[in-house]
Design a protein around this ligand. Structure first.
Ligand SMILES: *[C@@H]1O[C@H](CO)[C@@H](O)[C@H](O)[C@H]1NC(C)=O
Ligand SMILES: *[C@@H]1O[C@H](CO)[C@@H](O)[C@H](O)[C@H]1NC(C)=O
Length: 481
């Protein structure tokens, strides 16, 4: 993939999380069908498909399977004695109660909730149709069920980009023959909804970590709605969770696995839920996993050498929610004694490098938006300053603020005043857009998005912001110059 293509895709990463808009100020506003962010997603998907089609010399997927044994070993999937029980034991941690009982007794179960659908087979499965059909042997009558393998089934627009997987329960005589036999379980998930770091982390990476960590890398990912760009972006994490490349099964063959996980569960907004299955996993553990994956050395901000100026990263948005006086902010932070790095789209597009950079910084600043997702790479005790624009208070707190605190960071909010918003100039300080945002919310999602999300920039009040920067400096154990 050439550079200009990557940059083009990255720009769209700046889109505001759709889900945030839905819940601004605690209201469940429905994203309209083909709302702007999803139109962007669709466009990405379309441009990706075109770009991928145009790519030449893409290595065939066969070359990407380290333990590729070719078609010659096709045949019956035989279970090594004891292996089935060991797999069942790994799978049972992903469910509880009645579902766990079904898995133990019948070798198969499904979990359905408001956010996600996940089915587990401790029985050998045969996967065909590019990962979209899973054949499970059954003794009784044949039946079919459908699973949407993306952990946000309530999101209509995400579901338009997620192809359901059909699970066919059939007797042995009606199962297709294996072309390829794999010796470890498959984990099937969709990479159709991508392009926004917040959603990628909350709805794919964290769910994958929770579903897969205890398999100790002995599993194979089967990516449906296959998105090579996404696989590449998160390859470091994927390679840490699995010893094998993610499979794109679009060769048309039948792939046989000793067990399978179909779909992922949702665990929260940029969060893990330690009381949910698999039990006991928490954010510190996930952050430790990221540190190991990306080889990030600094665990706590106090390990950073105090002899040097603390590093402050300022996210520089270029399309919407821009800081109009960014240069003045940079200057102010430098005067106070920070070493300032402004991070624009191209810097953030290399996750490997950007994660390293974030992990050694003390203060991370951004206007509400997906770039703040990178707070996940900060060392414990580092300070996040979120610039909260008019009308975006609820999403700011719930998508980045509370998660920051929950993951051991220090969180400061810089809530702008009406005169700092570009909306004041456009509408005047007395306009309902400024004094009565609820009147705009009453008009629905499109209105909110147009006005507050896409239509608003900020000119930060330097005097007021100075106090926030000084507070941040104090919190990371330095005094301002
Ligand atoms: C899979 O096996 C079937 C029959 O055994 C064969 O017709 C088909 O061509 C094979 N497909 C691949 C992709 O090898
Ligand atoms: C965490 O999981 C438990 C058990 O499944 C559930 O009752 C609780 O509501 C979850 N908490 C959050 C914040 O989602």
């Amino acid at each position: 993939m050439n550079c200009s293509f990557q940059v083009l895709v990255y720009k769209n990463l700046q889109t505001w999380p759709c889900a945030s808009v839905r819940q601004i100020m605690g209201k469940e506003l429905k994203c309209p069908v083909l709302g702007a962010p999803w139109t962007a997603c669709l466009l990405i998907a379309i441009s990706l498909s075109i770009a991928l089609l145009m790519l030449e010399n893409t290595p065939s997927w066969r070359n990407q399977i380290p333990n590729w044994r070719g078609a010659s070993d096709a045949g019956e999937v035989g279970e090594v004695a004891g292996e089935g029980d060991a797999l069942k034991d790994l799978l049972r941690r992903l469910v509880r109660g009645e579902e766990r009982y079904q898995l133990e007794v019948g070798g198969f179960t499904c979990h359905f909730d408001l956010d996600a659908e996940m089915c587990l087979s401790a029985k050998p499965v045969r996967i065909s149709n590019g990962g979209l059909t899973v054949h499970v042997p059954s003794d009784g009558s044949g039946f079919t069920r459908s699973v949407r393998p993306y952990a946000r089934i309530g999101d209509e627009l995400a579901m338009k980009l997620t192809t359901p997987v059909q699970i066919l329960h059939r007797d042995m005589a009606n199962l297709p023959a294996c072309n390829f036999t794999h010796s470890i379980p498959a984990v099937i998930f969709s990479t159709g909804v991508t392009g926004n770091a917040y959603h990628e982390l909350s709805e794919i990476i964290i769910p994958l970590f929770l579903a897969c960590r205890h398999f100790r890398s002995q599993l194979k990912f089967v990516a449906t709605d296959y998105n090579e760009w996404w696989i590449r972006k998160y390859s470091t994490v994927l390679n840490r969770l699995s010893d094998y490349e993610a499979l794109d099964l679009s060769d048309g063959g039948v792939h046989c696995f000793p067990a399978a996980v179909v779909g992922l569960r949702y665990h929260g907004n940029l969060a893990l839920n330690a009381s949910n299955v698999p039990l006991g996993h928490s954010m510190p553990e996930f952050r430790q996993f990221l540190r190991e994956s990306y080889n990030l050395k600094t665990k706590n901000v106090h390990e950073i050498d105090k002899l040097h100026k603390p590093v402050l990263i300022l996210i520089s948005r270029t399309n919407s929610r821009k800081i109009l006086n960014e240069d003045a902010i940079v200057e102010l932070a430098q005067e106070l004694g920070f070493q300032v790095v402004t991070a624009g789209p191209s810097m953030m597009s290399n996750l490997e490098l950007f994660a390293k950079m974030v992990s050694s910084c003390s203060v991370f600043i951004g206007v509400h938006g997906a770039g703040l997702t990178n707070e996940i790479f900060l060392p414990d005790g580092a300070v996040v300053i979120q610039v909260v624009l008019l009308g975006l208070e609820w999403g700011s707190t719930n998508y980045y603020g509370s998660p920051a605190t929950a993951m051991g960071l220090q969180y400061l909010e810089y809530k702008i005043e009406p005169q700092e918003s570009s909306l004041a100039e456009v509408y005047g300080l007395d306009h309902p857009v400024i004094v009565d945002p609820l009147s705009v919310f009453a008009k629905g999602y499109m209105a909110v998005r147009a006005v507050y999300v896409d239509g608003q920039d900020v000119k930060i009040n330097l005097d007021r912001f100075k106090a926030t920067l000084e507070e941040a400096m104090r919190l990371v154990g330095h005094s301002t110059t």
